[in-house]
Design a protein. Structure first.
Length: 95
């Protein structure tokens, strides 16, 4: 499986076709903001989403920045793991 990283996307490809990706961008506060995680149905259960999160963590360590997410999977993953680089976004209070 081939890994490809661009300015705002980290992808895994198989036979030239994208099978999983995480979309993100770097904020002015030196954070990597994860906006979407996707794994093709044919690859679910193979650990690709976890692999994407581990790759984002390595990127954050390399660039010495923190991670935040609007993506529910990423937020759950880093919260459950207790990752020190993860900073939850402020959520409005429910009324």
């Amino acid at each position: 499986m081939e890994k490809r990283i661009s300015e705002n996307r980290l992808s895994y490809l198989e036979e030239g076709k994208e099978v999983a990706y995480v979309s993100f961008h770097k904020t002015a506060e030196d954070r990597i903001l994860i906006t979407k995680t996707f794994v093709n149905d044919s690859k679910k259960g193979c650990g690709l989403a976890v692999k994407l999160m581990e790759d984002i963590l390595l990127l954050a360590e390399k660039e010495d920045c923190s991670i935040c997410a609007t993506c529910s999977y990423a937020e759950h993953y880093f919260t459950k793991k207790g990752e020190k680089r993860f900073l939850p976004l402020d959520k409005p209070e429910e009324k």
